[in-house]
Design a protein around this ligand. Structure first.
Ligand SMILES: Nc1ncnc2c1ncn2[C@@H]1O[C@H](COP(=O)(O)OP(=O)(O)OP(=O)(O)O)[C@@H](O)[C@H]1O
Ligand SMILES: [Mg+2]
Length: 462
């Protein structure tokens, strides 16, 4: 059965409070009752002692036993549940409550037994008697037997007192249960509101709506991380969506022009409008070459872009590699009127040399393409603690802030309109990034429009 967080939280709070109060109630009753029983028994003994004192003082003040005085004491004691039997020093009966009113005494004892059974079912009690010797100075003046319901008896007021304690306990438990419910509901609301937002956002994402972000901040670490991740997910999906649309559009655009040219030229030739002469066939061939490069680029990208890029790592001197690449580029840079310099120190790293070479070639080719006559391109190799850092900086046109986040994406070109003439596919950086990431390195860019660009590649040495 699926239950909401609110119900579960409230229920668990309730269970905890109920359990606590049940345990506390049983324990409190046990302890209290034991104390109370002790008190009642002691109270009975105190009363007996007082009665003995009373009888002795009556004897003294009346200079002997007075039967009517004893009767009034005996009757008043009966009303307190005490059944007296007083004898003089010789053992003659002076007052016997039982003899005085047998019916009342047995009724009273039965009543007490019934009362105790009601409060404590199964209570083992009954008529109990204690005998005391009465004396005046050193002389024995008689004896008294005090009969009562024992081992102890709870009077009505005692019962009321015990009940009141339990009622208080029940009310406190009820108040705490209410508080637990409110607390549970409140906490659940604080947890479920942001989760509700996450659910809503996730559903929207599933439908392909990525624009919304969860703005509420939560004080719970996990919830805050959850909303953060959902926001991040939406952001990256939104970016991917933009790139995907652009990519599809780009491929369609790239294909359309050469295909349209091919189609119209071939139709003209079939219809006999055009002679299939050498020049026209060469132009058609050029278009097929363009299509071929595009499919080749796409294929290469798919290969480098896959997660499981196979690296053939070995140790080599990165400085030597840079020197070789620069030598290859020298003539192109010379023709373009751009100066190309490098600053290196020997630095042995373990990596896939061919693929690292591809990264550097792509970066240097970009620098050359986007730097005008009279510009300067610099390659620097620096050894960091555990990494090798290669930076390629140019004094070219730079990249606008709007384009900067996208240049590593496939087929992204800052100025697509000019790309057909310059033969750019917009995948050089995507490939470079894929290779660097496969080496567990990083590639970053800093650029200022109109001033130049710096690409920095960091590779682990080992
Ligand atoms: N050094 C640079 N200076 C200015 N802009 C650059 C530089 N390097 C890259 N860019 C921008 O980033 C875009 C993407 O570069 P990338 O190398 O991926 O593609 P490309 O050079 O256009 O095409 P390809 O490398 O596939 O032939 C470029 O089109 C350009 O707009
Ligand atoms: Mg490039």
């Amino acid at each position: 059965m699926k239950l909401s967080l609110g119900v579960k939280l409230t229920a668990s709070f309730l269970v905890v409070t109920s359990f606590w109060f049940a345990a506390f109630g049983v324990l409190a009753n046990l302890v209290l009752e034991r104390q109370f029983r002790k008190y009642v028994i002691e109270d009975q003994e105190r009363k007996n002692g007082e009665l003995v004192n009373l009888l002795q003082s009556r004897y003294k003040s009346l200079s002997g036993w007075n039967e009517s005085d004893l009767e009034s004491i005996g009757v008043s004691m009966l009303s307190e549940g005490l059944i007296l039997r007083v004898r003089d020093a010789k053992g003659n009966m002076l007052w016997d409550a039982m003899a005085h009113n047998m019916g009342f005494c047995t009724a009273m004892l039965e009543d007490m037994a019934k009362n105790m059974q009601r409060i404590r079912p199964g209570f083992k009690g009954g008529y109990t008697e204690r005998s005391y010797t009465l004396s005046s100075g050193n002389a024995v003046i008689g004896s008294v037997d005090i009969g009562f319901y024992g081992p102890y008896y709870y009077s009505d007021s005692d019962v009321r007192y015990l009940r009141a304690l339990n009622v208080l306990l029940v009310w406190t438990a009820a108040a705490c249960a209410l508080f637990a419910m409110l607390l549970g509901a409140g906490m659940a609301r604080r947890l479920t509101t942001p989760i509700g937002h996450v659910i809503k956002a996730a559903k929207k994402i599933a439908k392909g709506e990525y624009a919304d972000r969860i703005r509420e901040k939560s004080g719970t670490v996990e919830i805050s991380e959850l909303t953060g991740s959902i926001n991040l997910l939406a952001e990256s999906l939104e970016r991917q969506e933009i790139i995907r649309k652009r990519l599809t559009g780009d491929i369609a655009h790239e294909l359309r022009t050469p295909l349209a040219t091919l189609q119209s030229h071939l139709e003209a030739m079939i219809d006999g409008v055009w002679e299939p002469d050498k020049e026209r066939l060469a132009s058609l061939h050029e278009e097929t070459l363009r299509l071929n490069k595009l499919t080749y680029d796409l294929e290469k990208l798919a290969r480098y872009d896959s997660e499981k890029m196979i690296l053939e790592k070995k140790g080599f001197d990165l400085a030597q590699l840079i020197k070789r690449i620069v030598t290859n580029f020298q003539s192109v840079f010379l023709a373009d009127g751009i100066s190309l310099k490098y600053f290196t120190e020997p630095l042995e790293i373990t990596a896939d040399e061919d693929k690292i070479s591809q990264v550097l070639v792509n970066l240097i080719a970009n620098a050359q393409k986007f730097t005008g006559r009279g510009g300067e391109v610099k390659i620097t190799l620096t050894k960091k603690e555990e990494t090798a850092e290669v930076s390629v900086s140019d004094t070219g046109q730079g990249i606008s802030e709007k384009d900067l986040p996208y240049i590593f994406e496939r087929f992204y070109r800052a100025d697509p309109s000019r790309s057909r003439t310059t033969g750019r596919s917009g995948i050089g950086l995507a490939i470079a990034k894929a290779i660097v990431l496969a080496h567990k390195g990083s590639i970053t860019v800093k650029s200022e429009e109109g001033r130049g660009t710096v690409f920095t590649v960091e590779l682990p040495i080992k």
